[in-house]
Write a protein that binds this ligand. Structure first.
Ligand code: SF4
Length: 288
């Protein structure tokens, strides 16, 4: 756990939260904030994160009574499935101190409640034994962010793509159902060949296009403009011109589908409607 991350604890009244995400009817997020601090993280713009005075990546709030609250909730409610980590990372470094996500997972496994996990953390392998007993699908996000968008030096805390691919290999070797989720895909800056080739054998992958409204663009666009002026120009046009946006989006979809096919993978591509970027087309994502 990085020393400069502020950790606090809070008591919560509820843990299970209903959701419209079609992966499960209820979500659980044991932590608020995230020490990985990805610059493009969508969660940094959530209502809870905006209420924080500390910068994104420098604080974590632990829902310290989460397990007891869940035990109580499961006495009156039996969710058909639960999604772990819809907003922030369940298996971020603080998990090694508190073990909250592992304890929650153990309870769901004990109660035979199916689970979906979204993670970009290699620490997911810490709970491999539990995952082997669970009815679970683990979506492992593979980080395709270009270096200009990643933190540098001490600020580079988010896991690297090679660690996530390693985690996927560990899950597959243990027969845990897992799906590589390449996200976000940066138009003009993502070369799929190397990553897709490393994912050979996974059967299917999912990719999500950069969400222009939620990825903290103002933070890193100036650096992008210095290093890749033509890409910055392309982004500015995509944000303003619907026809151009749709054209580039379709072009990326077909390029990725071809690259995936060459590696024996089927691709499900997630895009966002023009200027309605927060509305993922999860339900309409196409398998190609
Ligand atoms: S790991 Fe996930 S939740 Fe944490 S900062 Fe990165 S994108 Fe956000």
């Amino acid at each position: 756990m990085p020393d400069d991350v502020s950790v606090s604890e809070k008591i919560v009244e509820r843990l299970l939260a209903p959701t419209a995400i079609d992966l499960a009817p209820y979500v659980i997020n044991p932590y608020q904030g995230c020490a990985f601090g990805c610059r493009f993280c969508y969660a940094q713009f959530s209502k809870t994160a905006r209420a924080q005075s500390l910068p994104w990546g420098s604080y974590v709030t632990v829902k310290i009574n989460a397990l007891n609250v869940l035990r109580r909730e499961l006495k009156r409610l039996r969710p058909a499935r639960v999604l772990l980590g819809s907003t922030t990372e369940c298996f971020q470094p603080i998990e090694r101190r508190y073990g909250l996500s592992a304890a929650i997972l153990a309870l769901l496994v004990e109660q035979r409640i199916p689970v979906v996990i979204l993670t970009r953390s290699p620490l997911i392998l810490d709970v491999l034994a539990l995952l082997r007993q669970a009815e679970v699908t683990v979506y492992v996000t593979v980080d395709a962010a270009p270096p200009v968008v990643r933190g540098t030096g001490a600020a580079a805390r988010e896991p690297e793509c090679r660690q996530q691919i390693q985690a996927l290999r560990g899950l597959r070797a243990a027969d845990v159902c897992c799906v590589p989720y390449v996200c976000p895909v940066f138009p003009g800056l993502f070369s799929p060949a190397e990553i897709f080739s490393a994912l050979r054998g996974c059967g299917r992958i999912e990719c999500e296009l950069l969400n222009f409204a939620m990825a903290g663009l103002p933070e890193w666009l100036p650096q992008l403009r210095q290093q890749w002026p033509e890409v910055a120009e392309c982004y500015a046009r995509m944000i303003a011109d619907e026809q151009y946006y749709d054209q580039i989006t379709a072009q990326i979809g077909s390029e990725l589908a071809q690259a995936a096919g060459e590696c024996g993978l089927s691709l499900r591509m997630h895009t966002h409607a023009f200027q309605r970027y927060f509305q993922n087309r999860y339900r309409r994502g196409q398998s190609v």
